[in-house]
Design a protein around this ligand. Structure first.
Ligand code: MN
Length: 254
């Protein structure tokens, strides 16, 4: 099995190295990852600059192609140019910080998986809940166990799984829960500051709190100490409204 590994925290990120280490023996691993941190960059692509690629040998058998681009760029260049053939699976992560709820929309980690799915490839995004002294090796061993269970159910083209791993602790993780993405809005907190010349500027607050969920979502599962798996899709069409709108009377505007 040919596996493409990528991320949005950059080729030097410990989560990527740990995932590579934990996946040894599962398949033929190819790492193509952004040269620099791309967190929060969502599904952006690079069209006005070249995608400079450098082959880097970082630690032991961890060899990678570092791309001066975004996570979606990495998937495009890996699949269309760098790999010896189409990957059977694309894994993105392990991200430093959860990608649950509305953060799924901002996430470069998830975007890499979505890009793979657009290309008809099965993909998984893997993220670890943010906490002090994050142990990516332990998280990666846990991730492998989840990946193997998902593999056992087959890998249809374009399937996307978003996997979030909870902060470890006594009795955690408590299990694996399948839950939907939370859609609660973020509580926007902008720090208003002044630059040395007195001009105002704003800083998006780092904790990105969200309104509480009143349903068992990905955020709730993670907070309760469960590994959370959410199937995603990138077709944003509102199917119910589409059907309703097709029954509306339309006229060509004159
Ligand atoms: Mn990130």
């Amino acid at each position: 099995m040919r596996i493409l590994l990528t991320n949005d925290d950059g080729v030097l990120a410990p989560g990527l190295l740990a995932l590579h280490k934990a996946l040894r023996g599962l398949g033929d691993l190819h790492v193509v990852a952004p040269h620099a941190v791309q967190s929060g960059g969502s599904h952006s692509i690079t069209i006005r600059h070249p995608l400079l690629c450098s082959r880097v040998s970082l630690y032991g058998d961890f060899q990678a192609v570092s791309v001066e681009g975004t996570p979606a760029d990495c998937v495009k260049v890996a699949v269309n140019a760098l790999l010896p053939g189409r990957p059977d699976l694309v894994l993105s992560g392990i991200n430093a910080g959860q990608n649950t709820g509305i953060h799924v929309l901002y996430s470069g980690t998830v975007a890499a998986a979505v890009e793979a799915a657009v290309m008809g490839l099965p993909a998984m995004a893997i993220s670890l809940q943010f906490h002090r002294d994050m142990d990516f090796d332990a998280a990666a061993r846990l991730a492998r166990g989840v990946v193997e269970q998902l593999l056992a159910h087959g890998l249809p083209p374009g399937r996307i799984y978003n996997i979030n791993l909870p902060e470890p602790g006594p009795g955690r993780p408590r299990g694996v829960r399948v839950a939907p993405q939370s859609t609660r809005a973020l509580v926007e907190r902008l720090d208003r500051r002044a630059d040395p010349t007195g001009r105002e500027y704003y800083w998006l607050n780092g904790d990105f709190a969200s309104l509480e969920d009143d349903a068992p979502t990905d955020r709730v599962a993670l907070r309760e100490g469960y590994v959370c798996v959410t199937p995603l899709q990138f077709n944003l069409t509102d199917a119910a409204l589409l059907r309703e709108m097709q029954s509306w009377e339309w006229r060509l505007p004159s």
